[in-house]
Design a protein around this ligand. Sequence first.
Ligand SMILES: Nc1ncnc2c1ncn2[C@@H]1O[C@H](COP(=O)(O)OP(=O)(O)O)[C@@H](O)[C@H]1O
Ligand SMILES: [Mg+2]
Length: 573
Amino acid sequence: MFIKQIWGVLESDRRLIVLSIFCGLLFTGLGILPPLLVREMLLWLQPGSQPGSFTMLALLAASIYVARGAMRYCYGLASHIAAYNTLHRLTNRVYAHLQTMSPSYLNRRHSGNLVARSIGDVDAIEDFIAHGIPETVLAMVIPTTMSVVLLIINWQLALVALLPLPLLAIVMYILRKRTRNYWGHVRKQFATVSALMSDFLNGIKVIQTFQAYKVTAARLQFQSKDYRDKIVHANKWSLVPAGVVEVFSGAGIVCVICAGSWMVTVGSHTQLQVSIPDLVVFLMYLGQIFLPFLRLATMTDHIQKAAASAARVFELLEAKADIVDAADARVPVDPCYDITFDNVEFSYQEGESVLAGTTFSIAENEIVALVGETGVGKSTACQLLVRFHDVTQGAVRVGGVDVRELPLDYLRRQIAMVPQEMFLFEGSIRENLLIGKEDATEAELLEAIKQADAIEFVESFVDGLDTIVGERGVRLSGGQKQRVGIARALLKDAPILVLDEATSAVDVETEAAIRQAIQRAATGRTVLIVAHRLATIKTASRIVVLDKGKVVEQGTFAELVEKQGVFCRIYQV
Ligand SMILES: Nc1ncnc2c1ncn2[C@@H]1O[C@H](COP(=O)(O)OP(=O)(O)O)[C@@H](O)[C@H]1O
Ligand SMILES: [Mg+2]
């Protein structure tokens, strides 16, 4: 099953694997020869024999070892190149696939878990391809060929000497069955530990200010201890074969000592004879013949780790994206950019509805403010518009078309969003802005940061636009980050602009400046604003008030003030 999957991802590198196995076989085949050369030498040394050229023998032995060295290098190199090609391909494929998954799918799986999965597991697969495939083949070939040669030289002694071999095979098989599931548990637990660690490191400031070190350390310790226990348990079994092989290879030697010495002395009077040179070949082979089993045993670990990893990587790759283009999705011929929430129902968890029949609309080129208490579902509404989630009932429409019937690509191109949780990538301010528009000119970048009232602080940095913002933008203040985010959205120059508490972290003065920018940007755009400050809300031509999943009021600021309803209660006006 998993061999088939791995063979599948090998793609064009299958030839390299075949080459690697071929070189490996040559390497093994050449290993058969030296003991035979030694045998030849011993035969020549026997009294009454006609010795050949010892120099030739030495030269032959030397060239065999040179060739063997070359073959060993080639088989290792070929398998590693194939493995790293696959690692590269799988890493990119996993990332590409994760891109198609909705944020809610990714949230359900812990992000640290996903990282461990996509990197750690792909690594284990690489390891299997580089070592597992060629070495498994060799481990099966070496004992077979050596046994054949021994049987040819002296089949009676060979039968005795090889007696432990099938026994060893059976013991190894039983042990292998025993450890089969252990590595799966180990990898799963490793993912848990690394996820926890990365979560704690992300929240290091919280941990330090609340002095929560003890609590978090205890949680980490608990999981890490479990990981240690699992891996020790797995090792308890997976290290057994090494000992067993040692014992069995000893048994082979013991058999040859007993049977060989009997055959040389007593047996020489009967049909059962063996010459000293043949006996030497036996002893030399027996030193090597059991070793592949040891490798096969460590390989079993590799194989099990790889199988566990492959299962998880392929499960990930085969997970169906939950938010996809409808079969009949098409780009509208005459696009409009008005937005309608038509009786929208949505819940994250069954039974806990967030939006329960939300209905409102935004005309083209209108600015509408969505307000309501925290947790009422404003951000959720914004996210339904870009299809981070799909509604459970009703519909969200853009230009009269259900967003589920528009190509996802097209839909998202029409919307520039400043999310509530601003995210900047590690890199420069410029790189973060260019995400809004890949080919933006310097002038466009400057215009955008001017509009977002970010020009002053950007210019105050020595490196200006090339200032590095740090991981998640940690080197900027909350307000600065938000302004870079707004500039990024303005650069995108999309017909629909969504601002989800985009100015919550900036001061009143800055907000006023951004407000003007938004008003300017609003010409020719449909704008949805979620905001808390009254001044910003007032920029909107209409205010929609959400309460308990429904729109309870809407109208201009003056109208709502007159009504003295929910809006006035929230804002105490
Ligand atoms: N990813 C999520 N999974 C489960 N529940 C969520 C998620 N995001 C938000 N919620 C819940 O949905 C409700 C609305 O959240 P949200 O739309 O963020 O509110 P608002 O933006 O109005 O403050 C809240 O009760 C919140 O607990
Ligand atoms: Mg919100």
